[in-house]
Design a protein. Sequence first.
Length: 246
Amino acid sequence: MDDRDGYFGERVAAVYDQEEGDMFAPGVVDATADFLAGLSGGGRALELGIGTGRIALPLARRGVPVHGIDLSRAMAARLRAKPGGDAIGVTIGDFATTRVEGTFSLAYLVFNTIMNLTTQAEQVACFRNAAAHLAPGGRFVVEVMIPELRKLPAGQNAVPFEVSRKRWAVDVYDVATQATSSNYIEFVDGRGELSSIPFRYVWPSELDLMAQLAGMTLSERWDGWTREPFTSESTRHVSVWEKPVG
């Protein structure tokens, strides 16, 4: 781990935007930015874990003023180097506790970022931090996976999610503590190198309770950014909590 930038230091930042996952598909990015822009009501947006600006930049191009919080200076540097990146303010710090000036009509966490907080206490603090930044009537949006425990046979704690000539990747679960990790073996010149990133998985009902503790209530929950219904077969959810007016 890079202590200064957490698990998303220079090594990860240098290749982050080269990932081939669906998260970078133009249709996914556009749907995400459209959803968030529609909730912003013309006000300011705060991205917790802004990274390299995958969502912040297209959201800003839709006329939404965006500010971000991120622990990684290396990721923030990639954002600032992109067209329009210099217009987005970034505060370096832990997004569970770091405060920035002003209030926002929207705060959001995308692509499982809430799971980067590896204790329940940190996740609760994040909800309270988001609520503290929101103006009355403001909304907090989280996109996160549903834990894939249904894929675990009895006695097994690992779920492979990529097996290729370039990389093997597996998620490991501890169902007693909700600790999980994504573990990668990268193959370069015939040699394999292991890296691992810890997470904490979290259920929708648990997030609702965190929101309640922060003084917010659930207003929407969808299967994805294009508002497909959330069902027992959904593999992720996009949830919206609202801070009360008055």
